[in-house]
Design a protein around this ligand. Structure first.
Ligand code: GLC
Ligand code: GLC
Length: 828
């Protein structure tokens, strides 16, 4: 295994094909889309949980293990003296061939050794609390073979934190039940006392033996790579009493050359009905046709979802990301927020308020009904004064009291997500849905009033420069301007703030300008011009404060600290310029009339833009600053202290598009695009098919190295920046607006978009290289004025032809200098 290529996109199959198992980091995928979820790496590593990765963890994972990622869905093959795993781990016995296909909701691993091919396909059927390991064993050699297979699943004792910390209890509670000669192994811990549910690990084929005790299967002094039972070739019929319960089946096979067998292992969670319910599930999937049909339904589900937005264009990265991988990541982030990945343990955080609201932006076109429910759930974690629980637990829907509220950007994201929902669906009935406030049990209010409560929260909390107070932090969790933490034993996030400290945030100001413009547009749509004007007046006043107080000469300041000193100013020795305030002020409409927007973006280009994307700030902080908080606790170039914090990059893409510069917009889009990273994968290390949260910046020791892939707000914003910013397919209250900002070099592109039940086939031509400005719009052969496709209820398909070229783009300036080069970062 010496090639430096690890895999390749199979675009037609919508799969990423990993060709060698020793990837630079484990490359993760997710199984499940409803209630049961699995994390599955390219070697089968990971775990399974039901709804809540902390409270209903079904199988166990050891984060930060050595070697990394060494527990998961394992199958050991004993072929004579050779013991191997089709997914390479844990034995790491060399394979003649290995392939892992990471697909949408499934992982397919195939290993070949000595004439035996084993294929494992892991997936969760739609709507079922079952994870299937469809297993095919083929004799592709010339000799008859007698093999023994040993499955392995390690149970977690359900409450994952307790499972990792409280051994005086957990080592005595584990229980199992064994049925059907060991084909059905039940994890029944606490079932007698207070749990209704059980977990089954079953095999649909007759078994030759079983184990349920980890110590018996592995051996107390062994690692999984040298597990005793597979090496001995015989299961021990062990019954776990306490300690560490597992499930393992022994399956013996005789295969003549050319012969193959297909059967499944089934990990099922039964909430009600106990072990009989588990046996019913096992029976159901004993028929391979039922398994295959469930898999086909999963494929069809994804084909249907993705058909809502497809693009053909000159850039293969844009096509593949917007057409397949980005919406896939958006669905996963919508489901899991920031709870469970290889970087999030499923224990630390529940659903984040700002995160989940932003996730909706990239998800709402996929499953508007679920987005609706989520928005209402989020609104119910708002308090009556407008603040919001920063996080809540999905199972209980209760706010996480440790971290509380006081992140002052939070309330405004609810406005942004609710408006995006109405723009996508036209469904204004959500606004009159009744939702309570978390601090007033039994209270009721409508969603629209929650949005007003959010706006009032910001307006009611402004500081000496008339700018919004930051509270504990804004979007940048680590900008803790009121915290002054000197105590190493406390978390920055829960430490609390100094009484009365009044730091202000320019980022929240920009977000306010944006959110309130959305909301006043909604009021106009609802036929309530007075409310719209009232909000516009407030917005104008805040805009004046931003322009009067927050302009630093070439860019917008980031904040004023608790002592009223500017943060993100040329007057600072470090942290002179931050990206968030440039992005949000410009997106919020600041600097639109006096070149400031353009200058701010020019400063982003010259001071923050690197070939790996836009870094969060420059210069990075080199020492801890008590008045700034967690941000300065990170080494330079990492995380919030000057990495390419990817979440912010699509905002800048959108800004370039807003300024009419599609060429820079595309450069900015591609700079963080994971599929471009196959070229530099040894440096980048994370999955090339999903966005990561950060890429180490130029100040770091490992520039270009990504971390924290999968669960990041980058997913939703990348989708918005590509679909709406660049391609210009923009849901609006009264229909679908067409407003592309593509490079002049693009001749044409085609988008298929399902919008409010109608499919639009949109062909956009760019005959004279303008890249923007709709000069003509033809719908079903008839020219219409403007650039709005009115909603229609006929289902379509509706053919739309767009010609770009003139300056009909009201109010949006469009003359930033064209460039084809990604500017390199100039150190100030
Ligand atoms: C993480 C958090 C998100 C925050 C960002 C910047 O991505 O999940 O809420 O905005 O970091 O600190
Ligand atoms: C966000 C930031 C991270 C910070 C965390 C809270 O997720 O990305 O840097 O540590 O919030 O502790």
């Amino acid at each position: 295994m010496t090639s430096d290529r690890y895999g390749v996109f199979d675009d037609a199959a919508r799969e990423y094909v990993i060709e060698r198992p020793d990837t630079p980091l484990p490359w993760l995928n997710y199984l499940g889309q409803d209630d049961l979820f699995g994390l599955c790496t390219n070697t089968g590593g990971g775990y399974t949980f039901w709804r809540d990765a902390r409270l209903r963890r079904l199988t166990r994972y050891r984060y930060n293990d050595v070697p990394l990622d060494s527990v998961g869905r394992y199958l050991f093959v004993k072929d004579g003296a050779s013991i191997w795993n089709p997914g390479w781990k844990p034995t790491k016995t060399p394979l003649d061939r290995y392939e892992c296909r990471q697909g949408l909701g499934y992982t397919c691993i195939r290993g070949v050794r000595d004439g035996i091919e084993v294929e494992l396909r892991f997936f969760v059927p739609l709507g079922q609390n079952v994870e299937i390991w469809r297993t095919t064993v083929r004799n592709v050699g010339v000799e008859a073979k007698d093999l023994s297979l040993f499955s392995y699943a390690e149970f977690c004792l359900y409450e994952a934190l307790n499972d990792m910390t409280n051994y005086q209890r957990t080592y005595s509670i584990g229980e199992v039940e064994i049925a059907r000669g060991g084909a059905a192994l039940f994890h029944t811990t606490e079932h007698r006392e207070r749990r209704k549910h059980v977990t089954l690990f079953g095999c649909t084929r007759e078994v030759a033996g079983y184990d349920t005790s980890r110590d018996a299967f592995v051996g107390i002094h062994n690692g999984l790579h040298e597990a005793a039972v597979p090496f001995a070739g015989r299961a021990t019929s062990s019954v776990a009493h306490g300690w560490n319960p597992i499930g393992s089946h022994q399956v013996d096979l005789h295969l003549d050359p050319g012969a193959e067998e297909t059967f499944s292992f089934v990990l099922a969670y039964a909430e009600e009905g106990g072990t009989p319910a588990g046996l019913a599930v096992l029976d159901r999937y004993a028929d391979p046709a039922v398994v295959d049909e469930a898999f086909e339904r999963l494929r069809a589900f994804w084909d249907d979802l993705l058909s809502r937005f497809q693009v053909q264009c000159p850039d293969p990265h844009v096509e593949r990301m917007l057409g397949t991988w980005n919406p896939y990541q958006c669905l996963v982030t919508f489901n899991l927020s920031r709870s469970a990945s290889l970087f999030e343990t499923g224990i630390g955080r529940g659903m984040g308020f700002r995160d989940s609201n932003q996730d909706i932006l990239g998800f709402v076109h996929l499953m508007p009904g679920q987005a609706r429910r989520r928005i209402l759930d989020l609104a119910s974690t708002q308090l009556s004064d407008g603040t919001c629980f920063h996080q809540y637990q999905p199972l209980t829907r209760e706010g996480n009291a440790d971290i509380g509220g006081g992140f002052n950007d939070d309330p405004l994201w609810l406005v942004v997500s609710a408006c995006a929902y109405v723009k996508e669906t036209g469904d204004t009935s959500i606004l009159s849905e009744s939702v309570g406030y978390a601090d007033l049990p039994g209270s009721r209010d409508d969603l629209l009033h929650h949005l007003e409560t959010s706006v009032a929260y910001t307006l009611g909390r402004r500081g000496p420069h008339r700018l919004p107070l930051i509270g504990h932090a804004d979007w940048n969790d680590c900008l803790n301007l009121n915290c002054f933490s000197t105590e190493p034993n406390e978390s920055f996030q829960t430490a609390g703030d100094v009484e009365g400290a009044g730091a202000e945030s320019v980022m929240i100001a920009g977000l306010f300008l944006y959110a309130v413009r959305e909301l006043s547009g909604l009021y106009r749509h609802l036929g309530r011009p007075d409310d719209a004007s009232r909000l516009e007046r407030e917005r104008t006043q805040l805009l004046e404060a931003v322009e009067a107080e927050a302009w630093d000469g070439d860019w917008y300041l980031r904040a004023f600290d608790a002592g009223g000193r500017p943060v993100g100013s040329r007057a600072c020795d470090e942290g002179q310029i931050f990206v968030e305030s440039q992005a949000w002020c410009v997106l919020g409409g600041a600097g639109a009339h006096d070149e400031r927007a353009r200058r701010a973006l020019g400063s982003v280009l010259h001071r923050l833009t690197t070939p790996d994307g836009v870094v969060l700030l420059q210069p990075a902080y080199r020492r801890y600053r008590v008045e700034l908080g967690e941000i300065s606790s990170y080494p330079p170039g990492y995380k919030e202290n000057g990495s390419v914090f990817c979440h912010t990059n699509p905002w800048i893409t959108l800004c370039w598009c807003l300024l009419g510069d599609g060429a820079r917009g595309l450069e900015s889009y591609l700079a963080i695009c994971p599929s471009t990273r196959e070229e530099r994968i040894e440096t980048y290390r994370c999955e090339p098919y999903v966005y990561a949260q950060t890429i180490a910046g130029p100040d770091a020791a490992t520039p270009g190295e990504a971390k924290n892939s999968w669960l990041t707000g980058t997913a939703a914003w990348a989708f918005v920046s590509g679909a709406q910013g660049l391609l210009g397919i923009v849901p609006d209250y009264d229909g679908l607006r067409i407003d592309p900002r593509v490079p002049g070099s693009w001749d044409s592109f085609h988008v298929t978009r399902r919008f409010r039940g109608t499919v639009y086939e949109i062909e956009v031509r760019n005959p004279n290289g303008a890249g923007h400005g709709v000069s003509s719009l033809t719908v079903e052969g008839r020219k219409i004025d403007g650039n709005l496709l009115p909603s229609r209820a006929d289902g379509g398909p509706v053919s739309v032809e767009v010609v770009l070229g003139s300056r009909t783009d009201r109010g949006r300036t469009a003359t930033a200098p064209a460039t084809t080069r990604v500017a390199t970062y100039d150190r100030p």
